[in-house]
Design a protein around this ligand. Structure first.
Ligand code: THU
Length: 138
């Protein structure tokens, strides 16, 4: 199994841990570090809605909090509880969070299965992004 297949499998597996009683839309995400480790996360909703966290940011938080900030790829597996997986794109907030740690070349995989997926770069999904460089300019 190559790295990307393993990454997609981790996202699909992690989706089972999704806590989504309000939207009933379950998402798993798995991020691959440049040294080959995988950190996976799921969406965790809250009755106050605002404190909910997406699967992608959950995965990033787990990786960064364990000392990993260099990423190669992220796989996302999302879809309604009642239905199958769809090509689930990351929300705008997650795109911005991914851009904090990765360049435009980060691979973003939207997976319906281990063999049915679409691949984008973060640059395609978040063009003209705001980043740390902007803070240094007058
Ligand atoms: N969600 C994610 O976790 N990732 C995405 O890429 C899109 C949306 C979650 C947030 C919320 O818990 C549910 O899916 C419906 O928006």
């Amino acid at each position: 199994m190559d790295n990307l297949t393993e990454l997609i499998k981790a996202a699909i597996d992690m989706r089972k841990r999704s806590y989504a009683p309000y939207s009933r839309f379950r998402v798993g995400a798995a991020i691959l570090t440049s040294d080959g480790q995988i950190f996976a996360g799921c969406n965790i909703e809250n009755s106050a809605f605002g404190p909910s966290i997406c699967a992608e940011r959950c995965a990033v938080s787990k990786a960064v909090s364990e000392g990993h900030k260099d990423f190669e790829a992220i796989a996302i597996a999302g879809g309604a509880s009642a239905g199958g997986l769809q090509y689930c794109p990351p929300c705008g907030v997650c795109r911005q969070v991914l851009s904090e740690f990765s360049g435009s070349d980060l691979t973003v995989i939207l997976a319906k299965s281990e063999t049915d997926y679409k691949t984008y770069t973060l640059g395609e999904l978040l063009p003209l992004s705001f980043g740390a460089d902007n803070l240094d300019k007058n």
